[in-house]
Design a protein around this ligand. Structure first.
Ligand code: ZN
Length: 204
C-alpha cells in the first residue's frame, strides 16, 4: 500500500542529504522558524513550496478556509506555541482565490459540521454586504470575500491576548494578510499588516 509515496519519501530524503549531509541532524536538534503560516487545507496551496522554504523554516497551521477563530483550541495552541516558545517574527494569514471553503460558507447548501466551522465567513459577508453586492458578478464577489476573510482573520490574530502580550513585552511580531492565486502561483499582499497594538484596526 502507498508504495509510490514511500518511494518518493526515500528519494526525497536522499536528495536532501546529497545536497547537505547534516540537514536532518540539524533539524533534529531544534526548530527555529521565523514564520507562522495560517493557511487553507486546500491541497493546491502547499505552504512551504509557495514561499520556497525548507523543513524547519515555517511553522504551519492549516484548516478549512484559513480561519483564526478566537475559541478554537487547536489554532490557539499553535499560535501560543509559535509566539511564546518559538518566538516567530511574522504570522502570515494566507487565503487563496477560488477557496471552496469560502464558497461553501455562503452558497446556502447544508454540508454538516463544516457549516458551523464556516460561520465566521457568513458574518464577514453580512458585515460587508453593501460592498460585495456592488461588485460585478459572483466571481468578483467570491474573490473579494476571500480577501475580506483574510483581513478579518488578521484582526483576530492581532487582537489575540498572546499576540497583545508579546507586543507588551517588546517582542517583535508582525501579522500579515496574503491571498494566493491558484491561477498563477503568486501571492497578493493585501497590505493589512499589523506590527503593534496601536495598528489593530476597527471593523473592516
Ligand atoms: Zn480554501
Amino acid at each position: 500500500m502507498l508504495d509510490d509515496l514511500k518511494d518518493n519519501n526515500r528519494a526525497w530524503a536522499q536528495r536532501k542529504v546529497a545536497i547537505d549531509p547534516g540537514f536532518f541532524r540539524r533539524l533534529e536538534g531544534q526548530q527555529a522558524p521565523k514564520y507562522l503560516w495560517i493557511g487553507c487545507s486546500d491541497s493546491r496551496v502547499p505552504a512551504n513550496d509557495i514561499v520556497g522554504l525548507d523543513p524547519g523554516e515555517l511553522f504551519v497551521h492549516r484548516n478549512v478556509a484559513n480561519l483564526a477563530p478566537p475559541q478554537d483550541a487547536n489554532y490557539l495552541s499553535v499560535l501560543q506555541f509559535a509566539v511564546d516558545v518559538i518566538k516567530v517574527e511574522h504570522v502570515l494569514v494566507v487565503g487563496h482565490y477560488g477557496c471552496g471553503g469560502v464558497a461553501a460558507a455562503v452558497d446556502g447548501q447544508r454540508r454538516g459540521l463544516v457549516d458551523h466551522w464556516l460561520h465566521p465567513i457568513r458574518e464577514t459577508q453580512n458585515e460587508h454586504r453593501e460592498e460585495l453586492d456592488a461588485l460585478d458578478g459572483p466571481k468578483a464577489r467570491w474573490d473579494r470575500l476571500v480577501e475580506l476573510n483574510v483581513q478579518r482573520q488578521v484582526r483576530n490574530v492581532a487582537s489575540d491576548v498572546f499576540v497583545q502580550d508579546a507586543w507588551a513585552r517588546g517582542q517583535p511580531l508582525c501579522v500579515h494578510g496574503w491571498v494566493y492565486s491558484l491561477a498563477n502561483g503568486l501571492v497578493n499582499d493585501l497590505g493589512v499588516s499589523v506590527a503593534g497594538p496601536d495598528e489593530v484596526a476597527g471593523p473592516g
